[in-house]
Structure formats: structure tokens, C-alpha cells
Design a protein around this ligand. Sequence first.
Ligand code: S3P
Length: 169
Amino acid sequence: MSNIILIGFMGSGKTAVGQALAKELGYAFIDTDEIIETGEKRTIGNIFMTEGEEYFRGLETNALKSLTGIDQTIVSTGGGIILKEENLPLLKGLGKVVYLSASHEVIYDRIKDETHRPLLRVSDPKKEIGDLLAKREEKYKKAADIIIDTSGKEVDVIVRELIKWQRSK
Ligand code: S3P
């Protein structure tokens, strides 16, 4: 089992890094948000709006469970995947867990012009990012086998770092 599971806040680069890493390693790429949207045949924004966050979190756990048995795959996860304690053994059971971290400023800068994330459709998204980060930081660290700071780094630099780490194990 040589999967790599990417966790981290919205805008930490999980999708961009995950896709580039998968290409480089010749692995498959899967995104838990995509599994959910495909299964529900609607967007995450719609799920949050009509069913609420708790319902979405249940779908996230189901998505993780559905991945049992995958191999040579990079899994990108939703930023809140670490919120449910029961997801931790599921994440660890799938492969090595990589926390892509970034500072509050960098995250805000990367996602300030994007509108598809329901949790950031608030009057002060910058403050919301800071509040959510403060609540989540320890949980990301607890779940991680390695922490990679992505602030100020190009995707290919992060990919090289990850490949070096994977080969060293
Ligand atoms: C969320 C992050 C989103 C998506 C949903 C909730 C979160 O995924 O799962 O909007 O709670 O941080 P990305 O991290 O891929 O944006």
C-alpha cells in the first residue's frame, strides 16, 4: 500500500500538489469532495445549504470508507476531514498522511477570490479563516506523518520534497 493522503486547510494546495504528484509518480488521483459530489449528484455548496454541515461530514466519512483497498493513489481530502475523530484511523489506514500547511495570510491570499466554499461565504472571510485554522491546526498535526509548509513554494518544489520523503522511507 503506497498511497499518500493529503490533508490541510482550504487553499493549502491539496488538489494542485496531489494532481502533480500523482502525475509524477504515475499514481491515480482521487478527491473526497469529488467522490461526494458525484455520489450525491450535486455540489458541496448545495449539500451544505440544504442538509447542513453535519450531513456533509457524514458523507466525508463514507467517502473515506469507500476508499479501502486502493493502491498507488494520491487522495486529496476536504479541509475539514480531521474534524471527526473517527476519520483519523480511516486516514491512517489508507496510507501515509501529509499535512500541507500554510499561514493565515497565504491561505487568505490564495482563496480570497474564490466563491465555491460554503464555510467562507461570510461577511469577514479573513477572520473566519483565522478562527477555523486556530481550531483545526492541532488536529491536522495529530493526523500527520509529515508536515510540509507550502507558504511561498511552487507546486513542483513541494512535489520534489514529497517524492524525496517517500523514497527515503
Ligand atoms: C471544507 C473544505 C472544502 C470542502 C467543504 C468544507 C472545510 O474542501 O470539503 O467546503 O471544512 O474546510 P477543500 O479543502 O478542498 O476546499
